[in-house]
Design a protein around this ligand. Sequence first.
Ligand code: FES
Ligand code: FE2
Length: 395
Amino acid sequence: MDISEQRRIVDRLLSLIGNGTTDLAPQSYERDVLAYYDPARFILERKILFRQTPLWAGFTNDVANPGDFITYDDSGVPILVIRQENGSLSGFVNSCRHRGTRLVDDAFGTLKAIRCPYHGWCYNTSGNLVAVPFRQGFPNMDWATRGLIQVPVAEKYGMIFVRATPGPPIDVAEHLGHLGEELASWNVETAVRVHTKSINSKINWKFALDVFAEGYHFSILHKNTIDKLTYNNVMTYDSFGRHYRLAFPSKQILTLKDKPRDKWVPLDHLSFVYFIFPNISLNVTGAKVPTVRVFRICPGNAVDESITHHTLYSRIPVESVDHRSALIKHFNYMHEVVAREDHKVAVTAQSAVSSGAQSSFIFGRNEPSLIQLHRQFDEAVSHGPTGAMPPAKIP
Ligand code: FES
Ligand SMILES: [Fe+2]
């Protein structure tokens, strides 16, 4: 995002603060809570939102060199993404074609070949079956069709997307719309992974996503943490088709009023939270210590379980031990806030809705992003594959 656009967002935030308000939806929105605990809805969401939709799986630099890989399980299908010798990416089902064993366990790393840990079948990094112990046991096998099963993978704007269901190529530009160029402008292509951890919680995956969708809870739930630095209940909200961008002002932002506009460094005074449909919260912060933080949220094994994969990246090279340890300290701080504060209350909400004790929630006008999220999810499960789903609109 260019600096003038960043400054326009500062203008909007200063105006919101001055008027004691935040960006608002035209109306509040009452939603049925069945979506948080109904097993049938959960199955439908996993199929439509996680199997048939392109999902964000990483940044280009996560698999920088030939043989570099990431494993990706958020869709429920085990997937392996590998950088090829020619620089392209391939996506495979991470499962042996002999009898199904998971081939690669690590979340990331580098491979020269892929050897199954069960009977030792070997595949090259292009997914071809290249060696079978005691090959005379399989005299009529067609080796050419026993390679790893391919899944669509695409790379654009410095980001990697996969789709668990084989089919046409992923069109990242179509999927992201104008958000693609904007995310690329934060140098995500060269982002350096610093640290990653996961949170397993007894909450529906949408509860895990909702916690990143508004700043209305900062002064109460986060009174000893986030609220010390960030305005409560003030955010800009901009929808980008199925995705959106929020900006949250720091409590120091008013100091900009005393500075010439052309000296403003907005990222010193605000942070951006992007939602990438359907399950990513991506946080861009820091003029002095530029980072991008990703929360990848995926369904667990049941409607009331989810996993939040939290990864911190640096948007500049990490060249000193002090820089790295400062980033890890910051990572741990935010990780604890999400796990001990956000998820703590979400678990109590899950428990209440699972009991059937109430039938609806209400999202306020000051929670427009929540309204967008939930309308889109409802629409997706009612219309089938999201490829045909029109962008959500707040009336
Ligand atoms: S299951 Fe992989 S070699 Fe047998
Ligand atoms: Fe929170």
